[in-house]
Design a protein around this ligand. Structure first.
Ligand SMILES: [Zn+2]
Length: 441
């Protein structure tokens, strides 16, 4: 029972009663196996789904990675262009500086020209008295003088006009240059602003893609974790399924052994009954022959095993109860004593598994059997046997002979010391119960 129930408990977490397990528990275990198999296929589907999710997430990540790569290229490109524009802007600014220098030169030239004009006017004043050209002309003393004066004035006027014209051309040239360079600077600056705008848009897009990428990676991590958990569940289910298979096999073997033990016990009982009947017939024949002869034979009597009773436990041997459970000689007597002379078979009180079959200095030849009845474990002890018929791990049936009553160990006179424990046997025998409350003697 110990080894068997341990194996089963490991796999199923439930106990099987030795007495009532039978076909029903095998059917139960087969149903459980079916459920486990259903769970296994469910988990397999979940694993497939997780794999598909992982694939999908990896494909999405690849796409996003390509997008990020393209964005990075575009950002690099715009960064380079912005740098180029920066250089051009610097060049243009330098051009403007150069132009400003030129303007200073030109202003200087204009100032010099104005000076020249003033000088001319002064020289005219010196030659003609008043500043006015008209006065110069009106002051002419004769026609030829007038002609001469007109010629001079014309030359002066023409020179003045020439100077003024040059002045205006220079001024216009300067203004044009300034305008075009300023336009160029404006264009460059707006181009640079556009590029910077584009770059910031690209950077924002990349930021979104990076975020998406991180989310996809996290999702993939989750999917991997889910898959790992599912794999673990799959392994657990596989272990459960194989434990269940093992348990079903053990239960089938146990039932087969129990059946064989029952048959053997039945055959033995039949044989013993026949022997007893034959002995009785022989004895009555002998007593008929010599009515005054000795009443009993010299050979020790062979007692038959007690009939198997219908309760949970059957009587372990024939005989008289000579000692009860309780305090005896300042010690706790954990069982009852049953005494009978002759060859007295000792039988298993219920279906069970032999957990110990050994020679003890106190118990003598001793057998312990573990039973599970209605979900409760019991342990029976049969002590002081003269011989043992069963070994540890053997399955025994209720009423099956397991040994012969004896006087081994700490015993004075042939008897069976019988203990019943509700639960496991322990050294302090705290689980001992009165067998007479369970077995009718
Ligand atoms: Zn005893």
């Amino acid at each position: 029972m110990i080894a068997l129930s341990t194996a089963i408990t490991l796999g199923l977490g439930s106990m099987f009663t030795i007495q009532h397990a039978d076909a029903e528990s095998i059917k139960e275990m087969q149903e459980k196996t079916k459920k486990i198999e259903e769970q296994q296929s469910g988990v397999k589907l979940d694993i497939n789904r997780a794999d598909q999710d992982i694939n999908k997430l990896q494909n999405q990540q690849e796409t996003v990675e390509q997008q990020i790569h393209r964005l990075e290229l575009a950002i690099n490109d715009s960064t380079q262009k912005i740098a180029e524009k920066g250089i051009q802007i610097e060049e243009t600014k330098e051009e403007i500086e150069a132009l400003k220098a030129e303007i200073i030169v030109l202003k200087d030239r204009i100032a010099k020209r104005n000076e020249l004009l003033k000088e001319r006017a002064v020289s005219l004043q010196e030659s003609g008295g008043n500043v006015s050209y008209l006065e110069v002309l009106l002051g002419s003393s004769s026609f030829s003088d007038f002609i001469g004066r007109v010629g001079a004035v014309t030359t002066i006027v023409e020179a003045d006009q020439e100077i003024l014209k040059q002045h205006e051309i220079d001024k216009k040239d300067l203004e044009d240059k300034q305008k075009s360079v300023e336009t160029k600077l404006n264009n460059l600056e707006s181009m640079r602003a556009e590029l910077e705008n584009m770059k910031s848009q690209l950077t924002a897009q990349k930021g979104q893609k990076d975020k998406l990428m991180a989310q996809l990676e996290e999702k993939e991590d989750d999917a991997h974790e889910l898959k790992m958990n599912l794999k673990e569940e799959e392994e657990n289910l596989a272990a459960q399924a194989s434990a269940m298979k093992e348990a079903i096999n053990l239960e089938k073997n146990r039932l087969a052994e129990l059946e064989a033990a029952r048959k053997k016990a039945a055959a033995e009982e039949k044989k013993r009954a026949a022997e007893a009947a034959a002995a009785a017939a022989k004895q009555s024949a002998a007593s008929a022959k010599s009515s005054s002869g000795s009443s009993s034979s010299n050979t020790p009597a062979v007692t038959s095993a007690p009939p198997v009773s219908s309760g949970q436990f059957t009587r372990p041997s024939a005989g008289r109860v000579t000692s009860q459970i309780g305090s005896r000689w300042n010690k706790f007597h954990a069982g009852i004593d049953i005494a009978q002379s002759g060859t007295v078979p000792v039988v298993a009180a219920a279906d069970g598994v032999v957990i110990r079959s050994y020679l003890s200095s106190s118990y003598g030849n001793c057998i312990m059997v573990s039973h599970s009845i209605g979900g409760q474990t019991y342990t029976t002890v049969y002590a002081h046997l003269s011989s043992r018929n069963v070994g540890s791990g053997q399955v025994v049936a209720k009423g099956q002979q397991i040994g012969i009553m004896g006087n081994t160990g700490h015993s004075f006179g042939q008897h069976l010391h019988f203990e019943l424990h509700k639960g496991a046997w322990n050294v302090s025998k705290t689980n001992a119960v009165n067998p007479l409350n369970y077995v009718s003697m």
